[in-house]
Design a binder for this molecule. Structure first.
Ligand SMILES: Nc1ncnc2c1ncn2[C@@H]1O[C@H](COP(=O)(O)OP(=O)(O)OP(=O)(O)O)[C@@H](O)[C@H]1O
Length: 248
């Protein structure tokens, strides 16, 4: 009997095909530095400044993920406001809906069945350019080379239940998300999909958590810029140039 080989481009296969080993080494190195810096701000002083690569993106891509209701959108919106660099915000769920990047609607789960190829093609130019926050409850489809930081938000499951109830989600959807949070499914998915060094798990239960998390991500952005040979804060550059031109 003839054997027919059927090639199925699973998200994992496609992802590894699109990723680059050199890039993942680079990213793990840079986030390794981030962890050290978080532990000891003095490390900032001895970070080596590299020459900027003209083709390299100037701004990072940050993926904010977590169980629905964990606070991704709330964090992303505050981060856009607080960020020292321009960041484009993409709510992936909204993009799928608005651009029809799906294969239909699942009534039972009240969600769209995402066409992953269409979604990746749509995001590719923006993600490659950098300066992007991706907000999605799942994270394993994005190529590793796109992503510089993965923020996984966590929330106490009873609090999460209340947040989802307030949205009038059907009970099966609340239960599924609740179990997913208890089983830390999104965190595990992130760990399977990205270098552990670029993943940060943050609690999102109070407004203090929100502010501290955003502050921490802003510090990381500045450090990312510095590690890639750019001015930590582009506004500082503008300020300095303006001052110089006024002085001259
Ligand atoms: N750290 C926090 N402290 C207090 N309330 C929060 C916090 N994070 C989120 N919330 C609240 O929880 C609710 C859900 O937040 P949000 O919409 O940001 O979640 P999400 O993860 O983006 O959800 P989805 O994946 O469904 O889009 C909102 O009412 C928001 O105000």
């Amino acid at each position: 009997m003839a054997t027919v080989a059927v090639a199925v481009a699973t998200p994992q296969i496609r992802k590894s095909a699109r990723s680059s080993r050199a890039m993942s080494f680079f990213l793990s190195h840079e986030i390794g530095l981030f962890s050290e810096i978080a532990a000891n701000p003095a490390v900032l002083e001895c970070t080596e400044i590299m020459e900027p690569d003209q083709k390299a993106k100037h701004f990072p891509v940050i993926l904010i993920t977590g169980t629905p209701g964990s606070g991704k959108t709330t964090h992303a919106q505050l981060l856009v406001q607080e960020s020292p660099i321009p960041l484009q915000y993409v709510n992936v769920g909204d993009l799928v809906k608005d651009k029809g990047l799906h294969e239909g609607y699942d009534e039972e789960w009240q969600s769209y069945i995402v066409d992953e190829d269409k979604l990746l093609d749509e995001l590719e130019p923006t993600a490659s350019a950098g300066g992007l926050i991706l907000d999605w409850h799942t994270c394993d489809i994005f190529p590793e080379r796109w992503i510089d930081l993965v923020v996984v938000l966590r929330c106490d499951h009873t609090q999460l239940w209340e947040r989802l109830e307030q949205r009038n989600y059907p009970i099966n959807k609340i239960q599924e998300n609740n179990e997913s949070e208890i089983m830390q499914s999104v965190l595990d998915e992130a760990r399977k999909s990205y270098d552990h060094g670029i993943i940060v798990e943050l609690r999102s239960e109070t407004t203090d958590d929100l502010e501290n998390n955003v502050e921490r991500i802003v510090r990381w952005i500045l450090e990312w810029r510095s590690n890639h040979g750019f001015k930590r804060n582009p506004e500082e550059t503008i300020g300095m140039n303006n001052k110089k031109s006024q002085e001259s």
